[in-house]
Design a protein around this ligand. Structure first.
Ligand code: 2KA
Ligand code: SF4
Ligand code: MG
Length: 247
């Protein structure tokens, strides 16, 4: 069984959109969003996947979501059928932290690839969870977004050396660091040096859930990326659709 996020109560968050971030930006894709996360980022734009009533970990909006309306438990078969209604040949599995449900995801992706062998499967992850061995060979791409100190997560939870070493060695992994302030860049440089992250696989992305904030931060962040030899990614879906579920 999979625990999915919802667009509306009772309606699982499965949708077609353009991949908005990272190396696949602009590519038509079908998305599925899973519920639950092991981290708690202050600026998380999908807090409805984890900040349920009773969870007091800090979030800038101090929002608390009702679990019943924001989660949906579904079988791998039913989830696969919902995804296959969409015609795209790329699947983006996101969350929350999808790798918390690795065994169920392995069953889901096996069902999907049986129906659509050429399906390209990518997973958005915070990089803290080891990939379930049954899932690992079925995934084509990992978009790994390690969380820096401004996220509010303790480094002991968010930056696990064993995991970061493994991602840095995996040619399927692309790092995507969320940046809010120029002071975040030194942390990225230190991680790049310590784990030997290839610059071609290192993206920086402005934090923001509005076009205005993204544009403000892009101005200095793009310049810093150029100087440091890193890649820059915008958040295309925010410019196109705003901060809305199912887009
Ligand atoms: N269009 C679109 N692209 C995305 N890339 C990563 C997303 C995410 O929420 O993880 C996302 C999302 O929510 N929408
Ligand atoms: S890791 Fe991702 S889903 Fe989890 S709290 Fe942070 S931004 Fe949100
Ligand atoms: Mg998102």
């Amino acid at each position: 069984m999979l625990t999915l996020a919802t667009v509306n109560p009772g309606e699982p968050e499965v949708f077609s959109s353009l991949q908005g971030e990272g190396p696949g930006m602009g590519r038509p894709s079908v998305f599925v969003r899973l519920s639950r996360c092991n981290l708690a980022c202050r600026w998380c734009d999908t807090a409805y996947t984890w900040r349920f009533a009773g969870d007091n970990r800090p979030h800038r909006d101090e929002v608390a979501f009702e679990k019943a309306g924001n989660q949906l438990v579904m079988s791998e078969e039913d989830t696969a059928a919902l995804i296959l209604v969409h015609p795209e040949d790329r699947l983006v599995i996101t969350g929350g932290e999808p790798l918390l449900q690795g065994a169920a995801l392995a069953r889901l992706v096996a069902l999907l690839k049986a129906e659509r062998p050429a399906l390209h499967v990518e997973i958005e992850t915070n990089g803290t969870v080891a990939v379930h061995p049954a899932l690992d060979p079925l995934v084509d791409q990992f978009n790994v977004s390690p969380k820096l100190s401004h996220s509010g997560n303790p480094a002991e939870l968010a930056l696990l050396p064993e995991r970061l070493e493994a991602w840095a060695r995996d040619p399927r992994a692309w790092f995507k660091f969320v940046v809010a302030d120029p002071s975040d860049l030194a942390e990225i440089s230190a991680l790049q040096d310590r784990f030997g992250i290839a610059p071609d696989h290192l993206f920086v992305m402005p934090e923001g859930t509005s076009s205005a904030v993204l544009r403000d931060r892009s101005r200095w962040l793009a310049e810093e990326a150029l100087v440091r030899g890193w890649r820059f990614t915008d958040r295309l879906h925010i410019h196109l659709y705003g901060d809305t579920r199912g887009t």
